[in-house]
Design a protein around this ligand. Structure first.
Ligand code: NOJ
Length: 503
């Protein structure tokens, strides 16, 4: 009996991770498999976020966010010393963005709302009508042009006034976020039917509350980051429940969350290591929401408990969500948003790595890249399209084929208009999505990152992800389509994966 179960389990693992000794990422290409066309109702779009494109950081009553404060106080931490004060000025130039969206003929546009633009102090009593007017204008113009708005509620720009209470390190954030989210449902829910609560919790919690490389610069690795994840998941779950109980009946929209993850490969084909690595990479946030049993992955809870005991702690650094919250969070999403950029090989290092304690130490693997992989301008971004296809199949098998929206995928370079590498990246990654759909994966949409060149966080304006270049020297910030825009337009028009030499 036991041996039977073990055999079935390892077969499932082999199915998910593949049994061959893998060579991936060759030439940044991917062979097509199956039907060359996307399903009729598949939605193509592009993504942006408020701080990265809007500018107008203190215009018309907007309050301060942690990214305003951080870039002003720590310009030395930004590669080119820049900030998002003006960025692409989308707050003043939405019509230029709309023109690009219409030109591409996208089906949807994913953008985020700057919390401080509509509630300057974060609290909903501090309502700012001009900010509300701005987002009403954006939503109405999109709809008037047949473009579906997909709205991210939180893309990293927490109000400074909320940070004063501890931000995501304090469970108060659950109520603070819930009140904000409820106002968004009331203000825009008649027209917005796709809501994403949080963009990339990993990038909120690890740099923000673990290694302190981004605001709010709390350095508490292996402790603060886990606190942040726990509070964020609760805020997400509570928001979903609120929508379903109070707004869904009238508004009929969907609420989800966007998680970022790569996929993992093993040169030694160690499938158990791969399964464990994916629990740490994706499972930590996906398991509580999308698995049947809920809560953090049991392997993480038990390993981190053990590590915490060895460190002499009375409490584990990561605890179970408990019965009440497990129930609230389990099933609290209508879709899973995925930001996919790249993948890694994993290896077990000879000695423990990372600070003690830290998430890196708990995870225990070394993530490595293949020097033959094509690299973007961003030093972490390599072209591994197989990773996206595998990831989608992994999600299909692990989370009951939940609806997946690819909410970001894209490539950085120095801003050239002839961005051939970007075209190649899009070609292979859109192919990966199509292959996965042909293999039964429930993927309903794809969003390229990004519509326009924008403020790339700690890298300032030195790494460009846009389909459209932005003239940063001109006060008007004119947008110019790059080769990748022309190629993506062809993808949308043909609903297939055209050859790159067609552009
Ligand atoms: C994901 C983030 O959501 C986005 O803000 C960022 O610009 C891209 N990754 C590229 O790094």
């Amino acid at each position: 009996m036991w041996s039977l179960i073990i055999i079935t389990l390892s077969l499932a693992t082999i199915e998910q991770f593949g049994s061959e000794a893998l060579v991936v990422g060759t030439n940044c290409t991917l062979a097509p498999k199956g039907n060359p066309k996307f399903p009729k109702d598949f939605s193509f779009g592009v993504s942006t976020s408020a701080y990265q494109i809007e500018g107008a950081w203190n215009a018309d009553g907007k309050g301060l966010s942690i990214w305003d404060e951080y870039t002003h106080n720590h310009s030395e931490r930004i590669t080119d010393g820049s900030n998002g004060d003006d960025a692409a000025k989308s707050y003043y130039n939405f019509d230029l963005d709309l023109k690009a969206l219409k030109d591409l003929k996208v089906n949807h546009y994913r953008f985020s709302i700057a919390w401080t633009r509509i509630f300057p102090s974060g609290e909903t009593v501090s309502r700012n009508q001009k900010g509300i007017d701005y987002y009403n204008k954006v939503i109405d113009k999109l709809l008037a042009n047949g473009i579906e708005p997909m709205v991210t509620m939180y893309h990293w720009d927490l109000p400074v006034e909320i940070q004063k209470f501890g931000g995501f390190a304090n469970s108060l954030i659950i109520q603070q976020f819930l009140q904000y989210a409820e106002e968004l449902f009331k203000l825009f829910g008649d027209r917005v039917k796709t809501w994403i609560t949080f963009n990339e919790p990993n990038m909120i919690c690890k740099p923000g509350y673990g290694i302190a490389s981004s605001p709010p610069l709390v350095k508490a690795p292996g402790v603060g980051d886990y606190m942040c994840f726990t509070n964020l998941l609760k805020a997400h779950g509570a928001t979903y429940r609120l929508y379903r109980s109070k707004y869904f009946e009238k508004q009929r929209g969907k609420v989800g969350i966007t998680l970022d993850t790569g996929f993992v490969f093993s040169k030694l084909n160690k499938t158990d290591d791969l399964a464990r690595a994916m629990q740490y990479k994706l499972g930590m946030l996906a398991h509580p929401i999308y698995s049947k049993s809920g809560d953090f992955p049991s392997i993480m809870l038990s390993e981190i408990k053990k590590n915490s005991q060895v460190e002499g702690r009375k409490q584990p650094r990561l605890s179970s969500l408990g019965g009440y919250w497990t129930d609230i969070i389990r099933g609290s999403a209508d879709f899973l948003g995925i930001n996919y950029y790249t993948s890694r090989y994993i290896e077990r290092p000879a000695k423990a790595i990372g600070e003690n304690p830290s998430m890196e130490r708990d995870y225990g693997f070394e993530d490595i890249f293949d020097p033959n992989w094509q690299r973007a301008k961003s030093n972490w971004l390599y072209c591994v399209p197989e990773g996206l296809e595998r990831l989608l199949k992994y999600i299909r098998d692990e989370f009951n084929n939940v609806e997946v929206k690819i909410t970001e995928n894209g490539w950085s370079d120095g801003g050239e208009l002839n961005d051939d590498n970007s075209v190649r990246y899009y070609k292979s990654h859109v192919q990966a999505v199509l292959n996965a759909i042909n293999d039964g994966c429930n993927v309903s949409s794809y969003s390229a990152w990004s519509l326009i060149d924008n403020f790339e966080w700690n890298k300032g304006y030195t790494e460009k992800f846009g389909l459209y270049s932005v003239n940063m020297k001109s006060p008007k910030r004119e947008r110019t389509p790059k080769k990748s825009a022309i190629y993506y337009k062809k993808i949308i028009k043909s609903r297939s994966v055209p050859n790159e030499d067609e552009v």
